[in-house]
Write a protein that binds this ligand. Structure first.
Ligand code: NDP
Length: 455
């Protein structure tokens, strides 16, 4: 067992894409980059201690992994969850570097968090936790240094409390966190961005693969998770004419043959803002929604065209991937970071290679998270730009930018895969896994070489 299993998994995926490609043959200057990039520029690890509601002292560990600021200031979310450790945060920061490069904006990569789950804590205790966390973190961040955002269990409410603490410690008001409240510096569409972006790129993939004959309209879509990303992905699927057949949380999954409605998703949003489990939200449901305790959606849906993992890492196993293929899945796009296990990705990629573009059967086309979920950080960068100028852009403008950049990211990954991925199958769709890894890597590597970080 590796000492940092999640980080090694993320590293190996990128390394494999590079080593199996023709990139180093054409550009030998890149050969040493990855061994430098695997070591974060800086890791801050610190004690966080506060008084809980019972009057007891609690202590936990806070982290910030600043992996690379070659393309711009460090940028990436904060996760508050009992599973947070250095392996998880190093994997997330590593992913973030390539993802941020793919957005086409100027941001480096970082990730941070706390190994505590805020669910079930009172608002007062949450405030004390955020103040204790920021008491140390504020020394290491700044609008031109490192700009954290949200991630699991760090939504708008927690960002507000963290920002309040930052204001007090720093005696400044600057755009140091993204995902802010609407009346104190938010960008339009920041909460929606990641989920919407996942669905926009899925729609683009379907149009590309079917040469414009099909779209997400009419497709059956299995989604996991029921938090920020899953909720907005589900709403966008419905808006574009698809059917959402599942959602899930850490306690189980809900599935519906006829489709989860907009009202159901709104009930999920309201319930989850109070940290309610799906089992409680749908306890009295009169629709055909079925709650399956302890389950993930993938083996509990019958016919499905699209799968969007949107909960957490390693949430699709090899066995579940096989089931999804049998259930008819054609497109998989990851809202969650490292949603699929390596075994699941291998199955999806094999399906892609087995299919021929001369037939209408596209096999399975897999879109990795660094491409599929990049709209969140992209709009965070837009929020930074708006904060610097003290202006707020029109929502329609931000939405149009999300659509444009998602399509450009897809096309860049297709072109880069076609150029370097070294697959002897002119017939199959290009590997977005390899294309995204290669395209993100080239951007960061060029900057590292220009800066003298690699010699
Ligand atoms: P939320 O905290 O809003 O929601 C997380 C969801 O995943 C909840 O439904 C939660 O269930 C479920 N979940 C969390 N941990 C587990 C677990 N170990 N097993 C099963 N289910 C679990 O987070 P987000 O929606 O923001 O993030 C979801 C994923 O998307 C993460 O991988 C994140 O890194 C990624 N992402 C998020 C972005 C954003 O803008 N928010 C940007 C890019 C990526 P429960 O309610 O029971 O806790």
């Amino acid at each position: 067992m590796s000492y940092e299993p999640e980080f090694e998994q993320a590293y190996k995926e990128v390394e494999d894409s590079l080593v199996q490609s023709t990139l180093f043959k054409h550009h030998p200057q890149y050969a040493n980059v990855l061994k430098v990039l695997r070591v974060p520029q800086r890791i801050v690890q610190f004690r966080v201690t506060w008084e809980n509601d019972k009057g007891e002292q609690e202590v936990a560990t806070g982290y910030r992994v600043q992996l690379s600021n070659n393309l711009g200031p460090f940028k990436g979310g904060l996760r508050f969850h009992e599973s947070v450790n250095l392996s998880v945060l190093k994997f997330l920061a590593f992913e973030q570097v390539f993802k941020n490069a793919l957005t086409g904006t100027s941001i480096g990569g970082a990730k941070g968090g706390l190994n505590v789950n805020p669910q079930g804590r009172s608002d007062k205790e949450l405030r004390r936790i955020c103040q204790a966390f920021m008491a140390e973190l504020h020394r290491h961040i700044g609008q031109d240094v490192d700009i954290p955002a949200g991630d699991i269990n760090v939504g708008g409410k927690v960002i507000g409390l963290l920002f309040g603490a930052w204001r007090q410690y720093s005696n400044t008001f600057e755009g140091v966190l993204t995902g802010k409240g609407t009346n104190w510096g938010a960008s339009p569409f920041r909460p929606e961005a990641t989920g919407y972006g996942v669905v926009y790129i899925t729609n683009d993939m379907i149009e590309y693969a079917t040469k414009g004959k099909e779209s997400i309209k009419g497709k059956r879509v299995a989604i996991s998770g029921s938090g920020n990303v899953a909720q907005y992905a589900a709403l966008k699927v419905l808006e574009l004419g698809g059917t959402v057949v599942s959602l899930s949380d850490s306690k189980g999954a809900i599935v519906s043959e006829s489709g989860i409605s907009k009202a159901d998703i709104e009930a999920v949003a309201a319930g989850k803002s109070d940290y309610k489990p799906l089992s409680a939200i749908f306890a009295e449901s009169k629709s055909d929604i079925k709650f399956i305790p302890g389950a993930r959606p993938w083996t509990n849906v019958t016919k499905v065209d699209v799968a969007l993992p949107c909960a957490t890492q390693n949430e699709v196993s090899g066995q579940e991937a096989e089931y999804l293929v049998k259930a008819g899945v054609k497109y998989v796009a990851e809202g969650s970071n490292m949603g699929s296990t390596p075994e699941a990705i291998e199955i999806f990629e094999k399906q892609r290679l087995a299919a021929s573009s001369s037939s209408t059967d596209s096999g399975v086309w897999f879109c990795p998270p660094k491409l599929a979920n990049m709209a969140g950080v992209m709009v965070s960068q837009f929020e930074m730009a708006q904060n610097s100028q003290r202006v707020t852009w029109e929502p329609e403008y931000v939405d149009s930018l999300i659509k444009k950049h998602m399509k450009e990211g897809l096309m860049l990954s297709i072109e880069t895969a076609s150029k370097y991925s070294n697959e002897n199958t002119s017939d199959a769709l290009p590997s977005l896994l390899k294309g995204a890894n290669l395209a993100g890597f080239i951007k960061v590597a060029d900057a590292m070489i220009d800066h003298g970080d690699v010699f």
